[in-house]
Write a protein that binds this ligand. Structure first.
Ligand SMILES: Cc1ncc(COP(=O)(O)O)c(C=O)c1O
Length: 421
């Protein structure tokens, strides 16, 4: 059960303390005895009994771990859990959501390929496709996720390697038609990659999506204190991606994986409570005079409410809305909030707010920015787990501040946000 890593030969000189601290006793659980919470394998290296066994492991002839950049048991546990929840065979975890997006795209494309992507996609994802992949000879077409005719036309006329999209989209919560997107892509031989961060791990699995990517920083961690990302797919795709995956060197640390697996134990409770609160907040905002429009897929007034109800059982914790009075009113509103932090991210237990000044798509033309529908008064809220009455009271007082700002000259600007500002 315990002892040095390797036994010393009979009669050997005792090892000095300086050596023993570097080779501490090994403690292994006896057969039939196991911890309810699996240990954190906070080890970079693993060894086998012999060089032959090591080589067998390295060539896939036996199971085992060798170096944490290419695999770690604590990370593996998280990967298997997430694959199971999303209804796919396997998964590859990594250090952040953006890294999962980048590694998936690099693993699945080659020079000469064409990628179809959308203005409503998370900004850094657009940059990876439009700046990064372009440098390596991967072309792209950028459309609006609303433009199904354009999607069909592009797929029919340009041989396309993959379609990368989100649903609901960040930040304006447009809902992609998953049945149509996956059918069109399949018909034209393109892979689909869906960033499913907003919808969570338990939704959309029944659609014919090839690869799901998630930021684990959001709903998996839950408490906003750990980052991670994952790609989830069928075996054949994961096997194809695996050799490239570790080469970026952005491995998920075992301690982060442990925190994420722990976070997942309360995922359903948190996600559902946050969705229920978000629906209440959306209804509250919709009834307020200073709010022009609320965009929450669970509200009947959402333009794609029927589609959202077909595809989703819960609608996420992000509520986006447009304030009368434009950017200045939105700034006053965000700064007046007491319980909502003005910062990035979403899905954590504390509520957050993003004003339009922090969501302007800098890489889009004015026409593309208009498709993306981020307006001068667009505000994104991420609803946490605070008491709902407290949140409503905070929102109400901040809306009053915004309304007071609207009495001045800033009121009524409905034009799309300027790009590059
Ligand atoms: C939809 C979406 N995808 C990916 C990411 C990136 O995740 P991370 O911050 O973990 O890199 C985010 C972050 O906000 C996101 O909202």
């Amino acid at each position: 059960m315990s002892g040095p890593r390797k036994s010393q030969p009979e009669g050997a000189r005792p090892l000095r303390r300086e050596t023993r601290v570097n080779h501490p006793p090994q403690v292994e659980l006896p057969p039939g005895n196991r911890p309810l919470t699996p240990p954190i394998y906070q080890s970079v290296k693993y060894e086998f009994e012999s060089i032959d066994e090591t080589l067998r492991a390295l060539t896939g002839q036996r199971p085992g771990f060798f170096y944490s950049r290419s695999g770690n048991p604590t990370v593996r546990q998280l990967e298997l859990l997430l694959a199971d929840l999303q209804g796919r065979d396997d998964a590859l975890a990594c250090a952040s959501g953006v890294n999962a997006v980048a590694q998936t795209l690099f693993a699945l494309t080659s020079a000469g390929d064409h990628v179809l992507c959308f203005v409503e996609t998370y900004g850094p994802t657009r940059q990876i496709i439009r700046r990064f992949l372009a440098r390596f000879g991967v072309r792209h077409t950028l459309l609006s996720i609303d433009d199904l005719a354009g999607i069909e036309r592009t797929l029919a006329t340009v041989p396309t390697r993959l379609v990368f999209f989100e649903s609901p989209t960040n930040p304006v919560t447009k809902v992609a038609d998953l049945a149509a997107m996956t059918r069109l892509a399949r018909a034209h031989g393109a892979l689909t990659v869906l960033d499913n961060t907003f919808a969570g791990f338990h939704q959309h699995g029944e659609y014919d999506v090839d690869v799901f990517v998630h930021s684990l920083t959001k709903y998996a961690a839950g408490t906003g204190d750990v980052m991670g990302g994952v790609a989830i797919a069928r075996q054949e795709l994961i096997q194809g991606m695996r050799p490239d995956w570790g080469l970026f060197g952005a491995q998920l640390d075992p301690h982060a994986a442990f925190m994420l697996t722990r976070g997942m134990k309360t995922y359903f409770l948190r996600y559902r409570a946050q969705c229920a609160a978000a629906l209440e907040v959306a209804g509250f905002l919709a009834a307020h005079g200073v709010v022009e429009r609320v965009r929450y897929p669970g509200l009947p007034s959402h333009p794609q409410a029927a589609l959202a109800r077909t595809q989703m059982r819960e609608f996420g914790s992000v509520v986006t809305f447009d304030l009368q009075g434009g950017a200045e009113a939105a700034r006053r509103f965000a700064e007046a909030l007491q319980l909502f932090a003005v910062t990035a991210s979403l899905g954590s237990t504390e509520s957050l707010v993003l004003p339009p000044q922090m969501m302007r798509p800098k890489d889009l033309t004015p026409e593309q920015a208009a498709w993306s529908d981020i307006r001068p008064g667009t505000v994104r809220l991420s609803i946490g787990l605070e008491d709902l009455d407290d949140l409503r009271a905070d929102l109400a007082q901040a809306l009053e501040v915004a309304a007071a700002a609207g009495d001045g000259t800033a009121r009524g600007s409905g034009a799309p946000a300027p790009t590059g500002a």
